[in-house]
Design a binder for this molecule. Structure first.
Ligand code: SAM
Length: 223
C-alpha cells in the first residue's frame, strides 16, 4: 500500500530532526516540499538525494494530479513544509483531505512528528500550559475580532507574527488590556534566538531596542 508521510523538519537548526524523519526522507520515492530551496538545503546537509516536487497550499490541479498519479503507481511520498510541522499554519491538511477522499484507506497516512514553533515556545513558557489557545497568524483583516479573542481568553494564547508587525501587534493588545503579560520568542533554535518575557510594555521596549529581524512566536498570558 502506498504511503504518504507527513514529516516535521527543523524550524532553524538543521540538527533538530528525528532519526525517523531522516530514515523516512531517505526511503521514500518522492519528497513534496513547500519551499524547494530550503528542502534542498536540508537534504544536502544530510546527503539525501531524492526527487523533490514543489507543493504548497493552493498548488494547481496539475501538481495534485501528478501526486495522485504517483500514489496510484504505488510510490511512497513524504511531505515537508518550509519549516516545522506540516499542517500547523502550513500546507498538509488540504492534501490529506483530498487523498482520503480519493483513496480512502488505500493510501496510508503516516505522521513523522518533530519540531514546531508552537510546541517549542510552549515548552519554555514557564507558565501553566495544560490548556492553551492557538490562533495561528495574526490575520490581515478582521484584526479587531482576533485581538478581542486574545484578551477574552482565559487560557494562554499562542500566535505567529512577522518581524514587520510584531511591535504594532503587541501595542494593539496593550491598548485593549495593558496588564497582560507575554513570552515572545524570536528565531528559535537559530543563532539570534531571543526570548523576551514580561509585561507588554517591558517586552515592546526590549524588542524596540534590538534590531527587529527574524521570525516571531508569541504567548499572551495573565499569570
Ligand atoms: N508549521 C510551522 C511549525 O510547525 O513551526 C509553522 C509555519 S508558519 C507558516 C511560520 C511561522 O511560524 C513564522 O512566521 C513564525 O511566526 C513561526 N516560526 C517558525 N519558525 C520559527 C522560529 N524558528 N522562531 C520563531 N518563530 C518561528
Amino acid at each position: 500500500m502506498p504511503k504518504l508521510f507527513i514529516v516535521a523538519t527543523p524550524i532553524g537548526n538543521l540538527k533538530d530532526i528525528t532519526l525517523r524523519a531522516l530514515e523516512t526522507l531517505q526511503a521514500v520515492d518522492y519528497i513534496l516540499a513547500e519551499n524547494t530551496y530550503k528542502a534542498k538545503n536540508l537534504l544536502s546537509f544530510y546527503n539525501i538525494k531524492k526527487p523533490v516536487i514543489n507543493y504548497f497550499q493552493g498548488s494547481g490541479k496539475t501538481t495534485r494530479a501528478k501526486i495522485f498519479d504517483l500514489l496510484k503507481q504505488g510510490k511512497n511520498i513524504a511531505l515537508i513544509s518550509e519549516a516545522g510541522t506540516p499542517g500547523i499554519s502550513d500546507p498538509g491538511n488540504e492534501l490529506i483531505a483530498e487523498v482520503i477522499e480519493k483513496f480512502g484507506d488505500k493510501v496510508e497516512i503516516i505522521p513523522i512528528p518533530g519540531p514546531s514553533a508552537l510546541t517549542t515556545i510552549a515548552s519554555i513558557a514557564g507558565i501553566p500550559m495544560q490548556k492553551f489557545l492557538f490562533l495561528g497568524f495574526v490575520p490581515k483583516r478582521k484584526q479587531k475580532k482576533f485581538f478581542q479573542e486574545i484578551v477574552n481568553s482565559k487560557y494562554p494564547v499562542i500566535f505567529f507574527e512577522s518581524p514587520y508587525r510584531i511591535i504594532k501587534t503587541l501595542e494593539k493588545i496593550q491598548e485593549l488590556e495593558p496588564d497582560l503579560k507575554v513570552v515572545v520568542a524570536r528565531e528559535l533554535t537559530k543563532k539570534f534566538e531571543t526570548i523576551y518575557r514580561g509585561t507588554l510594555k517591558e517586552v515592546i521596549n526590549s524588542i524596540r531596542q534590538d534590531k527587529i529581524k527574524g521570525e516571531f512566536v508569541v504567548i499572551v498570558h495573565r499569570v
